[in-house]
Design a protein around this ligand. Structure first.
Ligand code: GAP
Length: 511
């Protein structure tokens, strides 16, 4: 996948042209970092959500789902620490007047050091060929050691300064490293300040009696406050999980990367409640299980990597990201966090209600520890779209734009095309649609020559085209054309449904 701005721009314009994503309230010039999903986008989003839900809820007998409200009692956010600590350190450039996250500026600097070390390793691999010993090279090459040491020191110092709220040192670090405004090159920075990311709103009619609320910044707290409700009503035994998908809201400081960082977005989260002391076992289990889920979609093993956190959130004792190779580089796609008993204990304290579990095997009560998996649905959408969009040069020298979305996620599974708009072919196409639409989202297209229609479906991401021609009238067969290989096959109309079914079998994909 091209790692460049051009590819990213193509993804954005393609998403609009093919009904995937539009800017919110576009006729009023849009709303920054807020987006609407179009007719294809809503289907892709739904399919990603379902792929996640099936693997997390249906495939785990000890995980159940809920759908908690977006609005929650305001004390929730006091207890969770979001009122006091859900802040980003921001810094302004005095010349460009642009605002940045100070930690992101430093992390980008550290990432460049990582890239430099990788380049040295790559060069050496080419030089030494088969005899290359990467571990030995990394341990002994002076440049690689220097880059890696500096990268570690920078990240460690930043983590220390942020943990101790030493914002003056965060600014000092930016200045010492000579970090400049990425857009203008200016190094004229303001001090670093904390900025709370929660959106406030009000509940109630009159100004006096109104209650200040927040739009939830994560779905997780809806799960924590329902821990006992679910445990008791579902007779759940530890270890067990509660899963949820739904909207979350954050007043992001820097929101310039399309649907990567939005102010209104959707999360797919699962909180797994475990015995205290067993959390690292489950943390490792969920890291591997979630990576496996990503790899099952076939978007390239080389496009994923783990990033273990140096700087831990206020609630975590271990945390890692699964990063994906977006067109703008490797960035966080999903977080796996060992949240200890922080949240349940805090809700116990603030609510005065016990949130404990009686473990019959151990014959004692305890507050469970929690391992969380948290993925942004929109971010996953972007990973799928940017990986799928490809420009191919064909054997005859022409090119085609194709959206190779994994067929299990594709918005429209098949397009049914009559070769011509006469001779009863549209009517036969319609009977095929009438049959398929019970099971799949299918579409009909009769406009333009069939070659152009194939290209249109390629670009829209439809994995199968079913073409009805004059031979269909004689022997009830159609041509099935495969998006990815462009191969065509003659099959009976009665076989079409089975072909599609095979290609979108959850069992086959996830296994
Ligand atoms: N409950 C834990 C939690 O919310 P997080 O790392 O802040 O952790 C989890 O968020 C995931 O939510 C991220 O990995 C990312 O995929 C997604 N996410 C977070 N902020 C986002 C934003 N502003 N826009 C889109 N997705 C976002």
């Amino acid at each position: 996948m091209a790692n460049n701005e051009d590819q990213f721009k193509k993804v954005i314009s393609h998403a609009k042209e093919y009904g995937y994503i539009f800017a919110s309230s576009e006729i009023y010039d849009g709303l920054s970092a807020v987006y609407d999903y179009g007719q294809n986008g809503v289907e892709l989003k739904k399919n990603i959500r379902e792929y996640w839900w099936k693997s997390m809820v249906n495939m785990h007998q000890n995980i159940v789902g809920i759908d908690a409200a977006i609005l929650m009692h305001p004390t929730t956010w006091k207890a969770s620490g979001h009122v006091d600590a859900f802040n980003d350190p921001l810094i302004d450039n005095k010349d460009s007047k642009k605002r940045y996250r100070a930690d992101v500026l430093i992390e980008d600097y550290a990432e460049k050091l990582h890239q430099k070390a990788e380049k040295e390793i790559e060069k050496a691999r080419k030089r030494f060929g088969d005899s290359f010993d990467e571990a030995q090279f990394v341990a002994t090459n002076e440049r690689v050691i220097r880059y890696k040491t500096e990268q570690r020191e920078v990240l460690e110092r930043m983590a220390r300064s942020l943990e101790t709220e030493n914002l003056a040192d965060v600014k000092a670090l930016i200045e010492e490293l000579g970090i400049a405004d990425p857009d203008t090159g200016s190094k004229n920075w303001t001090d670093v300040r904390q900025f709370n990311l929660m959106f406030g709103t009000k509940l109630g009619a009159s100004a006096d009696s109104a209650m200040d609320l927040y739009l939830r910044p994560e779905t997780a707290q809806g799960i924590f406050v329902n821990f006992l409700n679910v445990q008791k009503s579902g007779r759940m035994k530890i270890p067990f999980g509660i899963a949820q998908t739904g909207k979350a809201f954050r007043n992001e400081i820097v929101a310039r990367q399309f649907i990567f960082r939005m102010r209104e977005f959707e999360q797919m989260e699962m909180q797994f409640f475990v015995r205290p002391g067993e959390e690292m076992k489950w943390y490792n289990y969920w890291k591997e299980t979630r990576l496996h889920w990503h790899l099952s979609l076939g978007m390239g093993e080389e496009n994923y990597r783990f990033h273990d956190h140096e700087k831990l959130a206020h609630y975590a004792n271990a945390a890692a990201d699964i990063e994906f190779n977006f067109p703008f580089g490797f960035k966080e796609l999903e977080g796996i966090h060992s949240r200890t008993d922080f949240d349940l204990k805090a809700h116990e304290e603030f609510s005065g209600k016990k949130l404990q579990f009686f473990d019959h095997e151990l014959n004692k009560n305890y507050t469970p520890y929690v391992v969380e998996t948290s993925i942004g649905l929109d971010r996953m959408f972007l990973a799928v779209m940017s990986n799928a969009l490809q420009e191919e040069t064909l054997e005859d020298g022409s090119s085609r734009t194709v959206l190779k979305i994994p067929s299990i996620l594709a918005p429209v599974k098949a397009a049914v095309l009559p070769l011509v708009k006469k001779d009863g072919l549209p009517e036969i196409a319609q009977t095929i649609i009438d049959d398929l639409q019970w099971d799949y989202n299918v579409s009909y297209d009769e406009k333009d020559a069939v070659g152009r229609r194939y290209r249109r479906q390629d670009a829209a991401g439809t994995p199968f085209c079913i073409t009805v021609d004059h031979q269909t009238k004689e022997d009830n067969t159609v041509t099935i054309r495969y998006r990815d290989t462009m191969e065509q096959e003659r099959i009976g109309i009665s076989e079409v449904s089975e072909k599609i079914k095979e290609s979108i079998s959850f069992k086959i994909w996830l296994k």
